[in-house]
Design a protein around this ligand. Structure first.
Ligand SMILES: [Mn+2]
Length: 358
């Protein structure tokens, strides 16, 4: 297991990489380029500059999150082939600097959706939350809400230029069924996985967040059956999952520990986001709690145990954290609570390793 933390780069992240380096057990950061328009080939000089910044801080850069998928690929438009060729070239360029895993998602229009960016918790901290009631208005209004509460930072997957006309983008999906979207994902994977095998990069699809349909959009990475379909669509260890416990875990019907165990055993989890959520009331409304099991609805020990016992040897990162100790910044991506999360997960892993020895 290699513990990592997401870092937005020296120009886009208020958090210094030197501070991430001081978190015990940290081996590397998960990085990306945020100024390359979706669909374009990532410039080699920028990739190398990012790598140089990370290495200079004494950390590794082996995971990229995300190389986003152009909407035309998800929609299955004829123009997709051009964007798939660009994607292949980006994969090859990332391999040259030692990248081992690329995280991506196949969510139409929105990469992720929260209705509350600073939900107040009893202890004085705040966190992101998702309440179904919050998406009962139009998608454009919800998008505007999210974009206005980003504390001046870029939000991953929420490129303002792409979301400028959310309504139009959603209209394009009116005729796209879940089966169509699945076929478009399979088409994409059939094209890129041979390249991944050649250059030794594993793809990890991030589950839908939340893992059910919103705004009538199709969703195909929601549960065990969806993950099984994806793994079988191209049967290769290079076609894997970024197992986000906070996304799959936002549907109480998903048996989180059993799903983690199954796909770790099948060697399809090269990268895991491990975090907790806390359900409120009877339905699916929830907020992003501290990682520690008693504060959320999921058992982090059992999740780490399922990874450990099934031979997981990939990358882990804590996921969204609360804003604590007065920290202000990109929602979910402050330093302090993610550092606590990383340390907690590292501690659980140490206990699992030593349990086996004794
Ligand atoms: Mn995640």
């Amino acid at each position: 297991m290699k513990m990592t933390m997401r870092w937005y780069g020296k120009n886009d992240d208020p958090i210094k990489i030197e501070n991430i380096r001081q978190v015990p057990g940290m081996t590397g950061v998960v990085g990306a380029l945020f100024d390359v328009p979706v669909g374009e080939v990532w410039p080699e000089d920028k990739i190398q500059a990012l790598k140089a910044d990370v290495v200079a801080a004494g950390l590794e850069l082996e995971v990229i999150e995300s190389v986003n998928i152009h909407e035309d690929i998800k929609l299955g438009l004829p123009s997709r082939d051009k964007y798939i060729e660009n994607y292949k070239e980006t994969i090859r360029r990332l391999a040259k600097i030692g990248i081992k895993v690329i995280c991506y998602n196949f969510m139409p229009v929105f990469d992720w959706m929260k209705t509350e960016m600073a939900y107040q918790l009893e202890d004085g901290s705040n966190t992101m939350a998702f309440f179904l009631e919050g998406v009962q208005k139009s998608a454009a209004e919800v998008a505007q809400d999210v974009l206005s509460k980003n504390e001046g930072t870029i939000l991953p997957g929420w490129e303002p230029e792409r979301l400028a006309d959310v309504t139009k983008l959603i209209d394009l999906y009116q005729e796209v069924t879940e089966d169509d979207l699945r076929a478009n994902l399979k088409y994409f994977l059939e094209q890129i996985i041979p390249v991944c095998e050649e250059v030794d990069i594993k793809m990890g699809i991030h589950p839908d967040d939340p893992p059910y349909s919103i705004f009538g959009l199709p969703r195909i990475v929601k549960n065990r059956e969806d993950l099984d379909f994806i793994c079988n669509a191209v049967d290769s260890p290079y076609n894997g999952i970024t197992f986000c416990t906070g996304s799959i875990g936002e549907d109480p019907d998903n048996d989180l520990v059993a799903i983690v165990a199954e796909f770790a055993k099948r060697d399809r989890i090269p990268f895991a986001h491990v975090r907790n959520v806390k359900f409120i009331g009877e339905g699916k409304d929830c907020y992003e709690s501290a990682h520690y099991s008693p504060y959320g609805s999921h058992d982090m020990f059992k999740i780490m145990e399922a990874l450990y016992d099934n031979g997981f040897d990939g990358y882990i990162r804590p996921d969204h954290g609360r804003m604590i100790w007065g920290e202000v910044g990109r929602p979910g991506y402050g330093l302090y609570d993610r550092a606590l999360g990383a340390m907690y997960l590292t501690g659980l892993w140490e206990a699992l390793e030593k349990r086996q020895v004794n």
